[in-house]
Design a protein around this ligand. Sequence first.
Ligand SMILES: Nc1ncnc2c1ncn2[C@@H]1O[C@H](COP(=O)(O)OP(=O)(O)OP(=O)(O)O)[C@@H](O)[C@H]1O
Ligand SMILES: [Mg+2]
Length: 273
Amino acid sequence: MTSSPRSLLLLVTGTGTSIGKTHLAVALVHAVQALGHSAAGFKPIESGVGGPEATDFDRLRDASTFHVKPSIRPVRALPAPISPHLAAADAGTTIELSELFSAVTALQSLVDVLVLELPGGLFSPLSPTLVNGDVARVLRPTATWLVAPDRLGVLHDVGAASRAAAADGIGIDGIALAPPAAPDASTGRNFAELPLVTRVVHRVTIPRVAAPEALAADASVATILKVSLHRVHQPAALQTMPDVTDLGEDRVVGDDDDDGAAPSLVPDDIAKT
Ligand SMILES: Nc1ncnc2c1ncn2[C@@H]1O[C@H](COP(=O)(O)OP(=O)(O)OP(=O)(O)O)[C@@H](O)[C@H]1O
Ligand SMILES: [Mg+2]
């Protein structure tokens, strides 16, 4: 299987659940549109749906560019608030890699940038034979960001996820430390320690901003886009990225490989094999 050559795919995954993946993904969808490009946010698999709260699927679709919204449809919306592989079994179905691949690449053909959130953590199971990491490996995103909560335990979780990803051939391009609702004594100190546990160079700290639309304007989100777009090297420049505000070493690391050339966004001839 090969990915669509049409657009950029940004994968937002994480070390666990309820840590800020959707919040960041929605902000990224807004940020891309603020640059004048079309964007969609997509969470193809979701469990625990059917309650009064908006689903992640809804939050991401609602943030997407108008013309693509009708084309964004869930692959599985599962009622049981448990792991997707169990929720799917309860619903009498099995999640297949091929259908995920088809849904993602179909959406990619409709927008400049597709922001994809997978449920749970990078190694959460989707079926008895499939984990999120398998999807990441097959889709070969333009960039993959690992969201992790800036709280006690994160150094282990980032270290474990980074090593397992490397062993499984899954590329992680950056780590986004997300602010926990309840900070602990480690919050604010974990960022500087990440090099102890991971070789992933690009790292940002996400601020606590209640509205994803406002978070979209934060320099951390601009840095994620800039780093991600640097993953694509081709001459055609449809749009240059704005300068990223220097947040200092405590907020952004790894954005120092800028060769001075503005990254281009979404040429039609991005070749991903
Ligand atoms: N940077 C942030 N600033 C303020 N609130 C945030 C931030 N990140 C996350 N939140 C809040 O924390 C809660 C959990 O975030 P979110 O839904 O994005 O997590 P998630 O990792 O996508 O969870 P799930 O595993 O269920 O998909 C939400 O109420 C969200 O609004
Ligand atoms: Mg989510």
